[in-house]
Design a protein around this ligand. Structure first.
Ligand code: ZN
Length: 352
């Protein structure tokens, strides 16, 4: 089942509403209908979401101009997300892509402020109040996103400026630590001065975002020039579909690997792991691997970057990828292999 509905397509980018978002909108207007909240507030919230879409569209539009493929923009109750290909680690491109969102909000705010000045007194007060709210929403959204902390745009802007003077990894480290310090200050102000739990929550969100961005940048920087063929295991122990579970277990104890590709006449037909086998009761140990193997196998290629392979492993929550070349099995790469390489590279890096 699809969890989102397509609303419109702008610049060739589909804009979708997540189901939970639709419920939120319905809920808000139901509250208006039941007189729990005023219509003005509901309209203001709607305007906020319109603003979020415009903000995300500006990022996507600029990214698209740099050749980054945009899959879609999806609206969630917590805000908008642009799903795009990995943005190249080019500081100039990152700067323009990141700054586009907040700048668009400020431009919209300025234009509507001028309109407000022009029409004030001419149109009914209710309408000018709406325009005023729309200006305010844009200023707040643009301003909030300019905070120099990941995952906000300001964090990326700061990194791209720093990356002109130092390498990408150091720039990320520095901007992440600035973001964390900002989050700590925000939390202290929220707790002790303003007594505002919302501010503390935002601070926590920023702290976690900064930390995650730093960790994932470290991983992708360390593994930047490492390819699957460099670290894959080339001598792969394989199973035949008609190997019995009993025999497979014996091999597993000998070889001490956790997962094995299953090949039938040289063709990859499945993969079986120690975890799959350990689920089978002792009484059924004479059945064939074929009955319990996973048939839909996610694979890698020798020339794939290790970062991308790790991504596949993480996203699919699996332990390893068979490596295929011209439909032939040439190796296997596991999460454990990648983690060991990461450990070695990070120790080597500390010594430099
Ligand atoms: Zn943004």
């Amino acid at each position: 089942m699809r969890s989102s509905l397509k609303l419109i397509t702008v610049f060739g980018i589909p804009i979708e509403l997540h189901v939970s978002f639709l419920f939120l909108i319905l809920f808000i207007y139901a509250m208006v209908f039941l007189n729990f909240i005023q219509l003005q507030l509901a309209v203001l919230i709607t305007l906020l979401f319109v603003t979020v879409v415009i903000h995300e569209l500006s990022h996507s539009y600029v990214a698209q101009r740099y050749g980054v493929a945009i899959e879609r923009i999806i609206l969630l109750p917590i805000g908008g997300v642009s799903q795009m290909e990995k943005v190249p680690k080019n500081p100039v491109q990152e700067l323009w892509i990141s700054i586009a969102g907040p700048v668009t909000n400020f431009v919209i705010a300025a234009v509507f402020y001028l309109i407000l000045v022009a029409v004030q007194g001419i149109i009914p007060l209710v309408y000018s109040a709406f325009i005023y709210d729309f200006v305010l929403v844009n200023v707040v959204l643009g301003g909030f996103n300019m905070l120099p902390a990941f995952p906000m745009d300001g964090g990326r802007i700061l990194r791209s400026i720093l990356a002109n003077r130092m390498n990408y990894l150091r720039a990320t480290k520095l901007s992440a630590s600035i973001g964390k310090q900002l989050a700590i200050i925000m939390a202290i102000v929220g707790l002790l001065i303003l007594f505002n739990p919302f501010l503390v929550l935002v601070a926590l969100f920023i702290y976690i975002g900064a930390d995650q961005e730093y960790k994932s940048t470290v991983i992708s920087s360390l593994l930047e020039d490492v390819f699957v063929k460099d670290i894959m295991t080339k001598e792969v122990k394989i199973f035949h579909p008609y190997t019995t579970i009993d025999d497979a277990l014996k091999t597993m104890y000998q070889k001490r690997h956790m997962g094995y590709p299953v090949l039938d006449e040289g063709k990859l037909v499945g993969i079986v792991t120690f975890h799959d086998i350990s689920q089978i009761p002792d009484t059924k140990r004479n059945i064939n691997i074929k009955e319990i193997m996973t048939e839909k196998v996610i694979t890698s290629t020798p020339n794939e970057g290790v970062v991308d392979a790790l991504n596949k492993i993480t996203v699919n929550n699996i332990g390893r990828l068979p490596v295929m070349e011209d439909e032939k099995l040439v190796g296997i790469i596991s999460k454990t292999d990648i983690m060991r390489v990461l450990e070695i590279l990070s120790q080597k890096n500390q010594k430099m």
